[in-house]
Design a protein around this ligand. Structure first.
Ligand code: BTN
Length: 249
């Protein structure tokens, strides 16, 4: 098993408990941090989900945030949510090599096992002079999952895969490092986009996307080079969507 120790330049800070590993990573960014730092915790007492939702974070699952610090002009942040999805997908894929479980990416970065969500990814960023600090927060359900979610959820143990958060973290750190290397701050996104599309479910079909204040429905035509979803609406027009919650019709 390859671990983060085999990744020169990457570091890991492990906590028993924090408010949120994303929040901790962004606090560290304001010190003399250089980035390429993973922050993990056994438990989060204010775990953050997308769109201001709470992320239930009891021990047993993986809570990990990767802090990147880059010169703002050197990096394309808009497609990073899809890059993160490919990183998590690749970490999980060896656990699901064949049927009966089908692993797929749901736009932008949920990984589904037989249609149920097994992870969550939340990207948050802040400017530091001419640099940008980005926390790529990854939650992977290893041992348990909540029942009262917007989208049906599952966990690795329920799928018969008994993997500790520590083991899952090692695989994630290795996979994310490789994926980010290919991405190359945005220059290599074309290759990641192909990987994303190969793993994706729902492209070409009818979907509804919940935006902050409205819902839009249409045909999920494609993902563009910025990582935006291209939705063909009923009136024939096209809408580009950068973020939202996607539901299949
Ligand atoms: C989602 O709503 O799907 C995104 C959930 C992201 C959860 C992870 S757990 C590690 C990191 N720290 C947080 O507070 N949130 C992210």
């Amino acid at each position: 098993m390859q671990t983060i120790d085999a990744l020169p330049g990457w570091r890991h800070l492990a906590f028993d408990e924090v408010d949120s590993t994303n929040a901790e990573a962004l606090r560290l960014a304001k010190t003399d941090e250089r980035g390429r730092l993973w922050v993990t915790a056994d438990r989060q007492n204010e775990g953050r989900g997308r769109n201001g939702r709470n992320w239930v974070s009891e021990p047993g699952n993986l809570y990990a945030s990767l802090l990147l610090i880059e010169r703002a002009e050197d990096i394309t942040v808009s497609n990073l949510p899809l890059v993160a999805a490919v990183g998590v997908y690749r970490a999980l894929k060896p656990l699901f090599p064949r049927a009966p479980y089908a692993l797929a990416i749901k736009w932008p970065n949920d990984i589904l096992v037989d249609g149920a969500k097994i992870n969550g990814i939340l990207l948050e960023s802040q400017m530091l002079d001419d640099r940008v600090a980005i926390a790529i927060g990854c939650g992977i359900n290893c041992a348990h999952h909540p029942d009262d979610t917007l989208y049906p959820a599952t966990d690795l143990a329920t799928c018969g895969k008994h993997v500790t958060p520590q083991r899952m973290f090692s695989d994630l750190a290795v996979s994310m490092a490789k994926t980010l290397e290919i991405w190359n701050r945005g220059a290599g996104f074309a290759e990641i986009r192909e990987d994303w599309l190969r793993a994706a479910v729902g492209v070409g079909g009818p979907v509804t996307v919940n935006l902050r204040d409205e819902k839009v429905s249409g045909l999920f035509e494609n993902i563009d080079t910025d990582g935006y979803l291209r939705l063909r609406l009923k009136d024939g027009s096209q809408q580009r969507i950068s973020a939202g919650d996607l539901f299949f019709q």
